[in-house]
Ligand binder design. Sequence first.
Ligand SMILES: NC(=O)N[C@@H](CC(=O)O)C(=O)O
Ligand SMILES: [Zn+2]
Ligand SMILES: [Zn+2]
Length: 346
Amino acid sequence: MTHSITIRRPDDWHLHLRDGAMLHGILPETARHFARAIVMPNLVPPVVTFADARAYHARIMAALPAGMAFEPLMVLYLTETTDPDDVAAAAASGLVKSVKLYPAGATTNSYSGVRDFDKVRPVLEKMAQIGLPLCVHGEVTTHEVDIFDREAVFIDTVLDPMRRATPGLRVVMEHITTSQGVDYARAGGPDLAATITTHHLIINRNHILAGGIKPHYYCLPVAKRESHRLALRAAATSGDATFFLGTDSAPHVDALKEMACGCAGCFTATNTMPLLAHVFEEEGALNQLEAFASRNGPAFYRLPVNEGTMTLTKGGPAQWPEKILTEAGPVTVFNPGFPVHWHVDG
Ligand SMILES: NC(=O)N[C@@H](CC(=O)O)C(=O)O
Ligand SMILES: [Zn+2]
Ligand SMILES: [Zn+2]
């Protein structure tokens, strides 16, 4: 049976676009389907100041192929020397939509992140005052904490104390991977939201480790056991406005994934929408896809829903390139490991 679904055009509330040749190679993969994206600032060097964000925004717009419409929503990378007034000016301009907190050492290019949370208190207080969301990579970095526990421990030991100390601070828990993340986000009231990636709805830790190590399934936070994947699916498909799509599509060239110490990141920009339609249909929740991909994100960020629409149709086997060939090198597209029959029309 062929059927189709039409939703408002979606946005991606957590995306890595990189820079230079990689940016040029992968930007069309996102711009083809998504109207807007929260663009992560973990470049080398990171996007720290309003001036950095303006310059990066200009590079993204210059890389956008003619005829494609796409609005990058810029993010500042929080450091211990971030100036609260610079953040306020960036927010007032409308170009910058959030500030990103990376605990130092937690993930790719996070070395300039935060070690001493007291040092960023004035910035967090300014953000609470002006209503600018803080996007958080929620993992502790302590080596004693097991990598599969780092999200849950972060919630208890860092996120919850930080939120209590900063009333009114609006927070997005990025790429949650655990039932603890789901539960904490759901109970957090209107100032707390969470993004969920495409791949964490599809893989659990067995996909990475059983039957041989699969570097293209390795990302941070690392996928957890099956019960957590099911909790993420229930949250994403519930319609609850707390949860929305942030693909965390994070390209690395194959040479840097397929090596003895491979980079973290799954590249899902190309096939996220067909994969989500598949997942939502499996959960009997196609009617909630629009909330997750197109409505809940703008509502939290206090932005209008997109004007345009996207139609997805179920038909023959969906096809996408195995790799995107960029001038920086090939980037492998996330392979869900099962056939998909949903297509984005047009
Ligand atoms: N998710 C990842 O595994 N990697 C991201 C960084 C991040 O979002 O933590 C990247 O920039 O490559
Ligand atoms: Zn992250
Ligand atoms: Zn990310």
